[in-house]
Design a protein around this ligand. Structure first.
Ligand code: ADP
Ligand code: MG
Length: 239
């Protein structure tokens, strides 16, 4: 579903991602872990076409993202960000915000589908008239997930999706994401600094450091502490 080869991303003179390659199968959940500034979010943003200066190749569902129009890419892959406070508009009711991508893309029955999406993510259609400030952090992240699903994408790119939430709410959101992945056959790439989250959510993961890939592991290898890089041991020991 996702194939990344020799991806290098630069910002002026600095290199944020260097020669990174990985593939993610359909329905798989792939984790990116590593210290702050190691290039994880940059990889997700580059997949979404949000960075201009990169080399290598990115293929999503068999299509070269470099040649894919923005609207078509949006129907294949969507991003969910860490902070649902920042990613929702404060002055629009949430029903409007979930319906907006459907209206932009000319999808039929955006109102009915908005109600269905609110049911799907466990809030219910009556929430469509509320403003973001009338919701809890966890409820807001559910809305951000519903909006990401509005165009029925095959892929969700999740950037620290639970890091801004209270610990008690984190598991609810992770379990919601797992259920959605199963029910909708979604493919995930999840960025997290929390190895417990990655171990719970992902079949495979890549460890990053200073813009480079350190190693790729299966969940079983992570749990068995079967690392080949000493950096991974340090990362696990620190978390
Ligand atoms: P992570 O998500 O692993 O914490 P990022 O991908 O956000 O790391 O950042 C990787 C590096 O790229 C950092 O050094 C960061 O400062 C830099 N960077 C990220 N986005 C930009 C940008 N838009 N402009 C300039 N530098 C950036
Ligand atoms: Mg980041």
């Amino acid at each position: 579903m996702i194939e990344i080869r020799d991806l290098t991303v630069t910002f002026g003179p600095s290199t944020a991602v260097k020669d990174v390659s990985f593939t993610v199968a359909e329905g798989e959940s792939f984790g990116l872990v590593g210290e702050s500034g190691s290039g994880k979010s940059t990889i997700l943003r580059t997949i979404m076409g949000l960075n201009k200066t990169w080399t290598g190749s990115i293929t999503v569902d068999g299509r070269d993202t470099g040649k894919l129009p923005r609207k078509q890419l949006a129907r294949l892959a969507q991003m969910v960000f860490q902070d649902p406070y920042a990613s929702l508009h404060p002055r629009y009711v949430i029903g409007q915000q979930i319906a907006e991508p459907m209206k932009i893309n000319g999808l039929p029955n955006p109102e009915r589908r908005t109600a269905e999406l609110l049911d799907l993510i466990g809030l219910g259609a009556k929430f469509q008239f509320r403003f973001p400030h009338e919701l809890s952090g966890g409820q807001r992240q559910r809305v951000a997930i519903a909006r990401a699903l509005a165009l029925s994408p095959k892929i969700l790119l999740l950037d620290e999706p639970t890091s801004a939430l209270d610990v008690s709410i984190q598991a609810e959101i992770l379990n919601l994401l797992n259920r959605l992945r199963r029910e909708l056959n979604l493919t995930f790439v999840i960025v997290s600094h929390d190895l417990a989250v990655i171990s719970y959510m992902c079949e495979r993961l890549m460890v990053m450091r200073n813009a480079e890939m350190v190693e790729t592991l299966t969940r079983e290898q992570l749990r068995a502490r079967a690392f080949s890089a000493s950096y991974t041991s340090e990362l696990v020991a620190a978390s």
